[in-house]
Design a protein around this ligand. Structure first.
Ligand code: ADP
Ligand code: NA
Length: 332
């Protein structure tokens, strides 16, 4: 009954990084033009749930668009647009604020992580973020969402909202969106702390590999990555209590399109002094063409703005009738 349709997005809240590339962008490119209609958003409304400097936000939005395209997303094959240019997201989000229950929202672990100890001082938007994310997905009746580990709980909430809406109004209107399971790099961890994910929302983490980093910077960050004194094991069992080692092996695996087992069969027994330069060379060879293309596109602001405007138009063509029907169902 529902058109196979993929929706995903990233926040223009700072630099795109290796985690975004391996955990998201690369997979988005893989879904493009095959069995799905693909819609990829720059979620600026999500970004402002925490403070954003206005001129930085504007620049970050264009840079994110450049990152999408440089990674292989094609504005002729996918709808690429900026969330605030399609007002239906915010309009549906309000309806969902009235469907979602306080108790559901209070269970969201990302809010607890992001708000930290001072939750009373967090924005109401940060708390309501998952209802907006549900609207982002369901305003297109998206059937599939490729998400990293960090977003799984939010996708479950999206399904809960769809279920409750359908039930409350006695309709079968919103689909129960399926997560798309990712490979080894579903979660790229910080290079200085294997227990934290690599994230653009942690400005203090200087170890993060940004997609705009040059070859020297990438190599330096990998050389400095936290590790332990032991050699690499030859099987994945040996990585169990070694989060930093596991992370570097997973990154190598993802960049070389192999499994962690295959990588260890090749590098097991090597010391990090030998493995890190191999990883650095691999990362540079994969990322530097992308950063070069991003830099080129960033010199073409007007072109980026045209792509975003065209994307918003295509997105609205899908979103407008779905919002209208939603209003009718609700009695508005
Ligand atoms: P960030 O958490 O860095 O602010 P976003 O929230 O904008 O990034 O996430 C954009 C996409 O990138 C999402 O699909 C998210 O699951 C994915 N992602 C973010 N960080 C990582 C990571 N460290 N490893 C794997 N995927 C990630
Ligand atoms: Na995130």
């Amino acid at each position: 009954q529902f058109t196979p349709r993929v929706f995903s997005g990233a926040q223009p809240s700072g630099n795109l990084h290796l985690g975004n590339y391996l955990g998201a962008l690369r997979n988005w490119v893989g879904m493009q033009g095959a069995d799905y209609e693909t819609i990829y958003c720059m979620v600026d409304l999500h970004a402002i749930t925490v403070w954003q400097d206005p001129s930085e936000l504007r620049k970050a939005t264009r840079e994110l668009c450049a990152g999408y395209i440089a990674s292989g997303l094609d504005p002729d094959k996918s709808i690429l647009f900026n969330q605030s240019q399609v007002p239906e997201h915010a309009q549906l989000a309000w309806i969902f604020n009235c469907v979602a229950r306080m108790g559901w929202m209070q269970r969201m672990t990302q809010f607890k992580d992001k708000a930290g100890k001072n939750a009373q001082n967090a924005s109401l938007g940060l708390f309501a973020y998952p209802a907006l994310m549900a609207a982002d997905i369901l305003i297109y009746h998206a059937t599939h969402v490729p998400v990293g580990d960090d977003q799984k709980q939010h996708l479950e909430l999206t399904r809960d909202i769809a279920t409750k809406f359908n039930h409350d109004f006695g309709v079968d209107f919103f689909p129960l969106t399926e997560p798309v399971i990712q490979g080894v790099a579903a979660r790229v961890m910080s290079l200085r702390d294997g227990s934290k994910k690599m994230s653009k929302s942690d400005p203090s983490d200087m170890s993060r590999i940004n997609m705009t980093d040059d070859a020297d910077t990438i190599s330096k960050k990998i050389r400095k990555a936290k590790t332990d004194p032991e050699a690499l094991p030859s099987e994945t069992d040996g990585l169990e209590d070694r989060p930093e080692a596991r992370n570097l092996v997973n990154i190598y695996a993802a960049l070389s399109d192999q499994s962690a087992e295959q990588v260890l069969a090749e590098v097991g027994g090597k010391q990090f002094g030998e493995f890190k330069p191999m990883l650095a060379d691999l990362a540079v060879s994969k990322l530097s063409p992308i950063s070069t293309e991003m830099a080129r596109l960033m010199g073409e602001e007007a072109e980026i703005d045209r792509i975003l405007a065209r994307g918003a138009e295509k997105a609205r063509a899908i979103a407008t009738p779905i919002l209208q029907q939603t209003y009718e169902i609700v009695g508005m």
